[in-house]
Design a protein around this ligand. Sequence first.
Ligand code: TXA
Ligand code: MG
Length: 381
Amino acid sequence: MTMKILKPTLKNIKKAAHYLNIGELVGIPTETVYGLAANTFNTEAVLKIFKTKNRPTFDPLIVHISTKILKCKNILLELENNNLICLDTFTQKAKTRAKKLMLKFWPGPLTLVLPKHNAVPDIVTSGLPTIAIRMPNHKVTQQLLSLIKFPLAAPSANLFGKISPTTALHVLSELGNNVAMILDGGTCPIGIESTVIFVHPGGQLTLLRPGGLKLSQIEKIANTRVHQKQRSLEHKNHPSSPGMLESHYAPKKPLYMLTKSILHLNKKDFKKLKILIKDSLQEILSTKTCKENNLPQIGLLVMRGDAKQKARKFATQLGFPVKVKLLSSKGNDQESAKNFFSSLRKLDVSPTFILFSEPCLNTKGLFHAIADRLKKASNKI
Ligand code: TXA
Ligand code: MG
């Protein structure tokens, strides 16, 4: 099976192009997370994405485009000529704003939701009148896009609702049986998905999902505030972005977000944790998923600081060995984002039976996206 992960040589990138041309799925690296790609204009191939991921068809995909478009005089017109968007309802203000954002942040972790062209199959956009587009900043995938004649519809290459993949091996372990091949582009440098922005025909901007591009940077270039989506206005079964779904990005093991940093937990807090641990352990023993010769561990995700000291206190109080993953010793947002999904995944595949995470109290910069993912991946205590 590991034969499916291929080094990004020209021969292998051509091979990926071939698979995509014949309607197969390919795992692709991007600067954010790995994607599961198909030809946007091939309905059957796109359907395979939904089936492979076990993704509900109400959850639309992002379409990935080539940097070639940047060389065109009018990037918006070029997207329209490529049968991706339709500018009929767009005001001049909306056009100017969208163009500014594209020219500044593409290629990069910004997805723009724009009015859709009729030629785009409905399955790609889940029947919505809009289409999400981004230009990935990864040389392997850009080389691939330069060899094919269509843009790539690609969600993150994980099973629906699960942890996003940041290496080719992650994709293989989750979807390996159902992809033709995976291009190995190394570890994703950003590690968290793109920021998704809805561009209204009048030019207003709404944040649908915080991500790898900071909101402050978008607001500065667009010279306007970006509105935040009201969760209460969302329809439960048809959210405007799956980032809006209650549970997402979740590990297989139960994950609980603590209410405060480990060092501040008091006796009462530990009492509550012990009850959760007891229940989880009982459940795991009854389903016999815990191997007898593996001493069950508690997984712990810490945000910053001296992880060893924290883990020692945690383990002593709870009476179990603790496997710790640290996002960033100095609390750097980029380092934390890069480590976030891979750390959760490592804790999940370790012989743990329950996972805890410190809360992400900082919401500045990329911590905005990390706090969002953590909230959706975890249960409340
Ligand atoms: O960084 C990324 O965005 C990665 C890489 C692979 O490019 N892709 C990714 O795709 O995260 P996915 O499917 O996991 O998330 C796509 C997001 C969802 O929140 C989806 O609802 C939103 O984009 N989306 C797509 N089309 C939309 C539309 N027409 N209107 C509103 N939201 C849309
Ligand atoms: Mg995803």
